[in-house]
Design a protein around this ligand. Structure first.
Ligand code: PEP
Ligand code: MN
Length: 264
C-alpha cells in the first residue's frame, strides 16, 4: 500500500492548516524535546509561530535510555502541549510509546509520533493504524529501509493512510555524530513510496553545529520537511540539551534553509 506502484502520485496530507507532501512548501516541525512547563511551551510556540512554523513538537512520554532519566509529564504534558499549540494556531505532534496510551494521545495530539525505538513495535503500529490521526514514523536505530517502509505498511494496512516517514539517523560505528544521517534512505523512500518523508536533523546529528548543513542536504535530496528541536534555554533542558537550538540558533537555522524552501 505504501508503494508508488500501487499509487503513483504523491500523498499530500492535510493536517488542520498544514499540508505535507508532494509539491507543497516543505514543513518545519519544531519545539522542545520534552514538554517541561507552561512557560517553556508558551515561549517556544509564540516564538516559532511568529516565524511561520506550523507544527509544534514536544514529548510527554519520553523513551529515555535510563529509567531514572526524566520520563515526561504524561497526560499533563499532552494537555499542555495541545492547548498551547491550539492557542497559536499550530498543530501538535507528540510521541506515543504504548498501545495503552494511543487513545489518550490521539485525543490531544494532531499527529501521533512513533519513535525510533518503537518502529518495530507491531502492536503499537496496528493500534495507531486503527485511529484516523496522521502518524509520523521515525526510522528505527538499526532498521533497514525495507523494515521502515513495512512499519508504515502496518499502519496503512489497518486503514490509516495518513503516514509521514521520518529519517532520524541510524546507529553506525561513527562516534563524532550521535547517529549517521542516511540521505539515501530519504531519496529511496521518496522514490519507492508515495508518502511524505521528513528529516529529523536533531537526533541524527546529536550536535548543534551540523544542523544547518544536514537540513540543507535533506532539502536538496527531496525531503518534504525538517524536524528540529528548539528550547528557550537548552542548557537547562531535561533531555537532549546538547543538541536543541535556542531561539537565536533557530533564527540562524531558519535563515540558512529559507532559500531552499518552496513557496506557497
Ligand atoms: C523524539 O523525537 O523525541 C525522539 C525520542 O526521537 P527518536 O525516536 O528519533 O530517538
Ligand atoms: Mn530529543
Amino acid at each position: 500500500l505504501v508503494s508508488r506502484k500501487v499509487k503513483p502520485g504523491d500523498t499530500v496530507l492535510s493536517i488542520g492548516n498544514v499540508r505535507v507532501g508532494g509539491e507543497v512548501p516543505q514543513v518545519l516541525v519544531a519545539g522542545p524535546c520534552s514538554i517541561e512547563s507552561e512557560e517553556q511551551m508558551d515561549a517556544t510556540a509564540a516564538f516559532l509561530s511568529a516565524r511561520g512554523v506550523k507544527i509544534l513538537r514536544g514529548g510527554a512520554y519520553k523513551p529515555r535510555t535510563s529509567p531514572y532519566g526524566f520520563q515526561g509529564m504524561g497526560v499533563d504534558g499532552l494537555v499542555l502541549g495541545s492547548s498551547v499549540a491550539k492557542s497559536y494556531g499550530m498543530q501538535f505532534i507528540t510521541e506515543v510509546m504504548d498501545t495503552r496510551d494511543v487513545e489518550i494521545v490521539a485525543e490531544h495530539a494532531d499527529i501521533l509520533q512513533v519513535g525510533a525505538r518503537n518502529m518495530h513495535n507491531f502492536a503499537l503500529l496496528r493500534e495507531v493504524g486503527r485511529t484516523r490521526k496522521p502518524v509520523l514514523i521515525k526510522r528505527g536505530l538499526s532498521a533497514t529501509i525495507e523494515e521502515w517502509l513495512y512499519a508504515a505498511e502496518y499502519v496503512l494496512s489497518e486503514g490509516n493512510s495518513h503516514v509521514i516517514l521520518c529519517e532520524r539517523g541510524i546507529r553506525t560505528y561513527e562516534k563524532w555524530t550521535r547517529n549517521t544521517l542516511d540521505l539515501s534512505a530519504v531519496a529511496l523512500a521518496k522514490q519507492e513510496t508515495h508518502l511524505p518523508v521528513i528529516v529529523d536533523v536533531t537526533h541524527a546529528a546529536g550536535r548543534r553545529d551540523l544542523l544547518i548543513p544536514l537540513a540543507r542536504a535533506a532539502l536538496a535530496v527531496g525531503a518534504d520537511g525538517i524536524h528540529v528541536e528548539v528550547h528557550p534555554n537548552p542548557a537547562t533542558a531535561l533531555s537532549d540539551n546538547e543538541q536543541q537550538l535556542n531561539f537565536a540558533g533557530f533564527e540562524a537555522f531558519n535563515a540558512a534553509i529559507e532559500p531552499l524552501l518552496r513557496r506557497a
